[in-house]
Design a protein around this ligand. Structure first.
Ligand code: HAM
Length: 413
């Protein structure tokens, strides 16, 4: 019988991988804590309408990529494809959004999108997500962007590009959308991919984001949002850029930067790296004024971002495993001697003194066990052979200094 395998696009994180994740989470907690953010953990499963409403029916995420099913109570539920909608739902439900006061939350965890798996793109991936809810100020946008930069720098990740754009607001975006639709209509629409032929009417901004080469070529001459911003959005974006300049962040303005989720207004940003193949975005975010209200909350603005943990892991130095204090090898192989039980109890005593270590149950020569201990990078190797056991002792070999001595097991009581 063949062994059961994991689902395509899902991955297992063994200790050498999860160490990177643990480190990212620790650095995020420390960094975001300095900005007054607190951790919010929301469910993985939400009502489908939360994402359909929040992210937008005509996005790829909602239209093609959600893991949606009917539960046993006949409700349509969805595994979260992103964190923002759930965080806002939780904050609204808890009455935590007071107008005039900013709420700051971060969250980590798995997200689910039925995308075509490739390097850096999974169907279950992990995000570190932060939201600052309640402030319309450009300073809030910049604080969040600086917090993201602070986090990435603290992780030791360099050579990243920050791209910024403004997507306008409810006032000026409709005119830009019409200009885009007119532009695409004037072209030979047959040249666009099937999705974009639909999108050019339903959601023309999405065409700007299409990865199909033919669409990319046509998009090159499309009108840019910066020429269509209303005075309010223009001033707002200028204020954001002025603050980012003063803070010394290196960035570029990309007037074609659109995001895959429909809730963005005004400032949007992405952080990319050329070092991780074709999936270059390691983080993305922006302002989503209007979303809280759309989800049934007060008229509160917000801004936030999410980083892809798998993509960050590719750019980070892999953390080493913590060094173990001991490895306890039982070389007394006499049947029923009781050495194994004595070893287990000795290890238990060592751990109760705060030491970390592994008890060896494997058979094999002394040499191969010491080799294993060497690979484990332990400080001390404890050896319980027949001679030691009969004498109520254990040999302790210092793996760094090389010297060894015998100690009474009773001395560890
Ligand atoms: P997003 O751009 O869809 O934004 O995702 C953020 C990051 O998650 C991406 O930059 C990427 O690193 C990672 N990511 C997305 N999809 C995948 C995938 N299939 N496999 C691996 N990594 C992936 C959001 O999700 C927004 N909720 C961010 C936000 C928060 N905006 C405001 N607040």
């Amino acid at each position: 019988m063949s062994a059961i395998q994991k689902i395509k696009g899902f991955s297992d994180l063994f200790p050498e991988d999860s160490r990177s994740f643990t480190r990212m989470e620790a650095v995020a907690r420390a960094t975001f804590g300095r900005y007054g953010f607190g951790e919010l953990r929301t469910p993985l499963l939400e009502r489908t309408e939360l994402f359909a409403k929040g992210i937008g029916e005509d996005t790829d995420v909602v239209g093609k990529e959600m893991y949606t099913f009917t539960d046993r109570g006949e409700r349509s539920v969805t595994l979260r494809p992103e964190a923002t909608a759930g965080v806002l739902r939780a904050a609204i439900e808890a009455g935590g959004i007071e107008t005039g006061r900013a709420a700051r939350y971060y969250t980590f965890g798995p997200m689910f999108r039925y995308e075509r798996p490739q390097k850096g793109r999974l169907r279950q991936f992990h995000q570190i997500n932060a939201e600052l809810i309640g402030s319309p100020e450009p300073a809030a946008d910049v604080e969040v962007i600086l917090m993201l930069q602070d986090f990435l720098t603290s992780l030791g990740i360099a050579d990243l590009s920050f791209e910024l754009n403004s997507l306008g607001c409810r006032e000026c975006r409709p005119a830009y959308r019409s200009a885009l639709t007119s532009y695409f209509e004037a072209l030979d629409a047959e040249k666009l991919c099937e999705d974009c032929r639909r999108r050019m009417h339903t959601n023309p901004l999405r065409v700007l984001d299409c990865k199909v080469p033919a669409c990319k070529a046509l998009v090159a001459g499309a009108p840019v949002i910066s020429d269509h911003l209303c005075p309010g959005c223009r001033d707002n974006f200028a204020a954001v850029l002025a603050l980012v300049d003063r803070a010394g962040l290196k960035y570029s303005v990309n007037p074609r930067l659109v995001r895959g989720l429909d809730y963005y207004q005004r400032t949007t940003f992405e952080v990319t790296s050329g070092a991780i193949g074709s999936q270059t975005a390691v983080a993305g975010g922006g302002r989503y004024d209007g979303l809280v209200q759309l989800l049934g909350g007060p008229d509160a603005p917000g801004v936030g971002f999410a980083c892809g943990m798998e993509r960050l892991a590719m750019l980070m130095q892999k953390p080493e495993a913590a060094q173990l204090d001991f490895f306890l090898a039982v070389t007394d192989t006499r049947e029923g001697s009781g050495a194994l039980a004595a070893a287990l109890l000795l290890a238990h005593k060592l751990r109760s003194r705060g030491l970390s270590g592994e008890c060896d149950y494997a058979a094999g020569s002394m040499k191969s066990r010491l080799r294993h201990a060497g690979r484990l990078n332990v400080r001390k190797c404890y050896i319980l052979g027949a001679e030691e056991f009969d004498a109520g002792q254990v040999t302790v070999k210092d793996m760094e200094e090389g010297d060894q001595l015998r100690l009474d097991i009773a001395a560890f009581d």
